[in-house]
Design a protein around this ligand. Structure first.
Ligand code: LIP
Length: 289
């Protein structure tokens, strides 16, 4: 998912340089949203539903990310959650989520992050090669970074995924969409999974969930409906920590499904999710009972 079969094209900037840019701009945007968070955060707009919100700080954070990228990497493209795609000429695209975990930010809960990734290739999970990543969580002051072939780090400490317990002993992270029909389908799948695992955590920020897998604080994570900006950086952190990130039925991770963890446990969870038709169109899932 983070690196399709083709190797990254030649003539690209050194990966460490891209990691440094990712971390610099993620930290700067993190400072903005943390220091600038008003007592009461207002909703600037809604998207897929009345509870799928955008705050003024989402917009300000992405504007800062784009402004810094225009200065630091003027020839690169940008794909952001709020501002869409701006073409570039270098072959590098920055995939940014200005606040991943917007609802947590709105409520003053700490699980939110600025997620920044540099990719080459068409900027979709099925076609990109992720070269560099930074997920910065300003409320907890934790910063995950990863470079393709350079490993993953949390606050400079190298991350390496260890063995995970049997599925029944696994702590499972997940998340849910914002539209009722999708949530109904996701609840059905969760009900089938819950008796088979240690427990479930729904923390509300995919980028952080993925990084918690890389850090060993979650054994597994799955979610349907992730957008490229939710996924790009965290998936590289998992991969560079020795984990796998995939979709179902041999597909790469993406909006259809994202599953992350150690290879063996991911294979088990993928099998269950496929049996539960967890990627079926909403409302077409397995009959209950
Ligand atoms: C969030 C994801 C989370 C998902 C939420 C939401 P946002 O992204 O990170 O995993 O469960 O529904 O999509 O909207 O806060 O950037």
């Amino acid at each position: 998912m983070t690196s399709p079969r083709e190797p990254a094209p030649a003539g690209l900037p050194p990966v460490p340089e891209l990691v440094a840019v990712a971390e610099r701009i993620a930290r700067e945007a993190g400072r903005l949203i943390l220091d600038g968070r008003p007592q009461t955060v207002g909703v600037a707009a809604t998207k897929s539903s009345a509870v799928d919100v955008v705050t003024a700080m989402d917009l300000a954070s992405e504007e800062l990310l784009r402004r810094m990228l225009a200065e630091l990497r003027p020839d690169d493209a940008v794909l952001g959650e709020e501002g869409g795609h701006r073409a570039g000429t270098s072959g590098v695209t920055w995939v940014v989520d200005p606040i991943d975990g917007t609802v947590n930010y709105l409520y003053g809960l700490p699980a939110y992050a600025v997620s920044v990734a540099a990719v080459v290739g068409e900027p979709t999970p099925a076609t990109w090669t992720v070269l560099a990543a930074c997920v910065h969580a300003p409320a907890t002051q934790e910063t995950w970074t990863a470079g393709r072939g350079l490993g993953a780090h949390l606050d400079g400490r190298r991350l390496t995924l260890g063995a995970t317990p049997p599925l029944a002993g696994c702590l499972l992270g997940t998340g849910f969409g914002y539209v009722a029909e999708r949530r109904r389908a996701q609840a059905r799948v969760l009900a089938a999974l819950l008796p088979q695992v240690r427990d479930v955590r729904r923390m509300g920020a995919a980028a952080i969930d993925l990084c918690q897998v890389a850090t060993g604080r979650l054994d597994l994570y799955y979610e349907r409906g992730l957008q490229p900006w939710d996924l790009a950086a965290g998936a590289l952190v998992v991969a560079e920590a020795g984990g796998v990130v995939t979709g179902l039925r041999g597909a790469p991770a993406g909006s259809g499904m994202t599953v992350a963890g150690t290879p063996e446990r991911v294979a088990e969870l993928v099998r269950i999710l496929e049996e539960q038709a967890a990627d079926a169109p909403d409302g077409a899932g397995r009959e209950s009972g």
